[in-house]
Design a protein around this ligand. Structure first.
Ligand code: PMP
Length: 328
């Protein structure tokens, strides 16, 4: 679907996958007006297909567009585009548990020009790709690197938007994490390098205490971290399961201390791609420690099974999060 100033959205097309032609002076290549979303279509037990909270992705896409001075795609057009593509690609939605069809809506400037200003033409595109289970051999905790050298986002910046530049800025830290033998980067706040924000493509959760009296804490939205849809769903889902939940600031010192004294029992990351992933160990330039027992914890696994169950249609969807795709 194209957008042109003065004309709005026009020329929606459903076409076979093919390369896009691009002018070397395409403004996106120079000034980075590029935003995207990620969501999945899940096979249901009766063979039908559903997506998970596409309206939430549509709303976040609009908020990313506002931050990048881009036009907002109407939410119902976004959801309709998702429906049309999934209907078209229905045979590509896997039937095995934990597998899905990953959907990538994105928008970028198509105007040709070399002046720094918001472009006057954009293209919204939606592509799909089957996604396997994140942990084909069973859930395995990830190791994380606390990045004290680089920051992903600062207050007033684009951290709360899902824009390409945030990911470009994160690559060097991800390489540093890999060089330290870690799977993922944990981003800290820009001012004090002290407050935990999120991971490269996932939000973080901390579990204090055990069993039914566990308290589940996630860093509060600061404007510098992405408001994950999985994060948001988990706040509701965890409360449904009887856990106390809290959004607040959490520092690396608290993380280390509470881990050492045993009050912090589990840590996990959550996102559309990784669903819920336990964090097993932490490393920074100054310290390293094992999280809890270093194994996937019971609260983490319970939340993971429940979320996968809602998405896969085996656990009751009491909040109407599943969006059925009609494929008659
Ligand atoms: N943080 C970042 C930086 C991400 O890229 C993602 C993935 N979209 C998330 C968090 C998790 O968001 P969601 O649950 O909506 O996938």
């Amino acid at each position: 679907i194209r957008w042109t100033e003065g004309r709005g959205w026009h020329d929606a097309q459903l076409t076979p996958y093919a390369p896009l032609e691009m002018d070397p002076a395409n403004m996106t290549l120079h000034y980075g007006q590029s935003i995207f979303e990620g969501l999945k279509a899940y096979r249901q037990p009766d063979g039908s297909i559903a997506t998970f909270r596409p309206e939430a992705n549509a709303a976040r896409f609009q908020s990313s567009a506002r931050r990048l001075a881009m036009p907002e795609l109407p939410a119902d057009t976004f959801v309709e585009a998702v429906e049309l593509l999934v209907q078209q690609d229905r045979d590509w939605v896997p039937t095995e548990p934990e597998q899905s069809l990953y959907l990538r809506p994105f928008m970028f400037a198509t105007e040709v020009g070399l002046g720094v200003r918001p472009a006057n033409e954009y293209l919204f595109v939606l592509i799909a790709s089957p996604a396997g289970a994140y942990f084909p051999g069973g859930v395995k905790p990830v190791s994380v690197w606390l990045s004290e050298e680089y920051v992903r986002a600062a207050p007033g910046g684009t951290g709360a938007a899902k824009c390409a530049g945030n990911y470009a800025a994160s690559l060097v830290a991800q390489a540093q994490a890999a060089a330290q033998g870690c799977d993922q980067v944990v981003w800290l706040d820009a001012a004090e390098h002290k407050w935990v924000e999120e991971m490269g493509g996932m939000n973080l959760y901390f579990v204090f205490g055990e069993g039914d009296s566990a308290r589940i804490v996630t860093p509060a939205l600061s404007g510098a971290l992405l408001p994950g849809i999985t994060r948001d769903s988990l706040l509701t889902m965890a409360a449904d399961l009887g856990y106390a939940t809290e959004e607040r600031k959490i520092s690396t010192d608290e993380w280390k201390q509470a881990n050492a004294d045993g009050t912090l029992t589990e840590v996990f990351a959550c996102g559309t791609a990784a669903v819920i992933t336990p964090v097993g160990s932490v490393k920074s330039a100054r310290a390293d420690w094992t999280v809890g027992a270093g194994e996937p914890g019971p609260v983490t696994m319970r939340l993971r099974e429940t979320l996968l169950g809602i998405q896969g249609g085996t656990v009751a969807d009491t909040h109407g999060w599943l969006h059925p795709i009609v494929t008659a």
